[in-house]
Design a protein around this ligand. Structure first.
Ligand code: EPU
Length: 314
C-alpha cells in the first residue's frame, strides 16, 4: 500500500520533495501542505508553512530532520506559538509540531517529573501540585510547552525553567539522540543556544516535597499578579528582553509609548512590553511597532533593546 494514503494530507498528490517526505512517515503522523499558522500562535499573525508535520513518534521526528538535512531544506520546531512572530510570507521548508498526544506525557516518579516536549506548562504545574511537589508553581501561567520553554529558558515570577531541570533529551541532527544536564547546556536569560537547531523531545524536571494546599495558594497568588499586570488580549508575551539597567516594560512606559498603534498592533496599556493584536493585525504591523520602540529607546535613552519574541519566516 502507498504509505502516502495513510498520512493526513490536504492535497491529493503532493509532488516532489513533499511527496517523498510524506512517504517516509507513519500512519499516525499528520502531514499537511500550505498549512496556515497564524491560529497556531498566540499573536495570531503570519503566513503558512510549506509543509507542516505533527509526528506521532520519535522515529518520525528523526525521519523529518534527516530528510531535511539530506535535502538541504530548512526546518523549524513550532511549540505552542506563544513567543513567536511569524512573518506574513510564512515559513519555507518544514514546520514540525510536537502536538501529538505521544509527546504530551507527564509521569511522576518521586520528586521528578518526566515530561514530553509537547506537554503544556500549565499541565506540568497542575501535575506537580496534584503530587504535592513544590517548585514548579511559576509555570502555571506561561502559555507554552516544555520544549519551547527549554529552548527559551522561559520564566515568570522570578524563576526560570532551567532551575528545575535535571536532564533534557533532544535530537541533534548531526549527533543523534542526546541527554544533557543544565551545566552542559549552559542556559542563559531567556535562551539556551545549545538547543538551537535541535528538537527537544522531553525533559526530567525536579520538584520538592510540599503541601498541595500551599502550592495551590502560591499558584493563585501568581495568577492574580499576572492578571493584574498583563493584558488578556492576544499577544506573544514580552516582546523584548529586559535591559540590564531597566525592565523593558517600564522603559516603554517612560518613553510614553503605551497605547501606540500601527495597523492592528498596539502596545498594551496594561504592560508596555506586551504588544497586542486588536483584531486585524499583520506581522508587518508588529515588526514596524518593534522598530519604532527600538529606535526611540536608542535615540532617547541609548538603550539597545533585544527582542525576546522569536521572529521567523519570510
Ligand atoms: N513596569 C512599568 N510599566 C509597565 C510594565 C512594567 O513600570 O508597563 C514596571 C513594573 O512596575 C515593575 C517592572 O517594570 O516594577 C517589571 O515589570 P514586571 O514585574 O511586570 O516584570 P517584567 O520584567 O516586565 C518579567 C518577565 C515576564 C514575566 C513577569 C512576571 C521578561 C522579559 N519578562 O516581566 O515574562 O511574566 O516578569 O514574573 O523577563 C515573557 O518572558 O514573555 C514574560 C511575559
Amino acid at each position: 500500500m502507498n504509505k502516502l494514503a495513510d498520512v493526513q494530507c490536504n492535497t491529493e498528490d503532493p509532488a516532489g520533495w513533499q511527496g517523498s517526505l510524506a512517504g517516509l512517515l507513519s500512519s499516525g503522523t499528520v502531514f499537511r501542505l500550505n498549512e496556515p499558522l497564524a491560529k497556531k500562535t498566540t499573536l495570531r499573525v503570519g503566513g503558512p508553512a510549506d509543509v507542516y508535520v505533527e509526528p506521532c513518534c520519535e522515529a518520525d521526528v528523526d525521519a523529518v530532520v534527516r530528510f531535511c538535512r539530506a535535502s538541504d531544506l530548512p526546518w523549524f520546531v513550532l511549540g505552542r506559538g506563544s513567543n513567536l512572530l511569524i512573518r506574513d510570507g510564512g515559513i519555507r521548508g518544514v514546520v514540525i509540531n510536537l502536538g501529538h498526544a505521544y509527546f504530551n506525557r507527564i509521569c511522576v516518579d518521586g520528586t521528578k517529573l518526566e515530561c514530553g516536549a509537547g506537554a503544556k506548562l500549565k499541565a506540568v504545574a497542575l501535575h506537580a501540585r496534584n503530587h504535592a511537589l513544590t517548585g514548579l508553581e511559576f509555570l502555571e501561567g506561561i502559555p507554552g510547552s516544555v520544549g519551547g520553554a527549554l529552548r527559551m529558558n522561559a520564566g515568570a515570577m522570578g524563576s526560570a525553567i532551567f532551575e528545575q531541570v535535571e536532564t533534557v533529551r533532544f535530537l541533534d541532527p548531526e549527533l543523534g539522540l542526546r541527554s544533557m544536564t543544565p551545566p552542559q547546556l549552559k542556559p542563559a536569560y531567556r535562551g539556551c543556544s545549545s538547543l538551537v537547531n535541535t528538537v527537544v523531545l522531553g525533559a526530567e524536571l525536579r520538584g520538592a516535597d510540599g503541601v498541595a494546599a500551599e502550592i495551590q495558594r502560591t499558584m493563585d497568588t501568581f495568577s492574580r499578579k499576572r492578571w493584574q499586570s498583563q493584558p488578556a488580549a492576544p499577544s506573544a508575551g514580552c516582546v523584548f528582553k529586559n535591559a540590564p539597567t531597566v525592565p523593558a516594560g517600564r522603559l516603554i512606559e517612560e518613553l510614553e509609548l503605551k497605547g501606540t498603534r500601527i495597523g492592528g498592533a498596539m502596545i498594551s496599556m496594561e504592560h508596555g512590553n506586551f504588544f497586542v493584536n486588536t483584531g486585524n493585525a499583520t506581522a508587518q504591523d508588529f515588526l514596524a511597532l518593534i522598530d519604532l520602540v527600538r529606535e526611540k529607546a536608542l535615540k532617547q535613552r541609548a538603550i539597545e533593546l533585544e527582542t525576546e519574541v522569536q521572529i521567523i519566516g519570510e
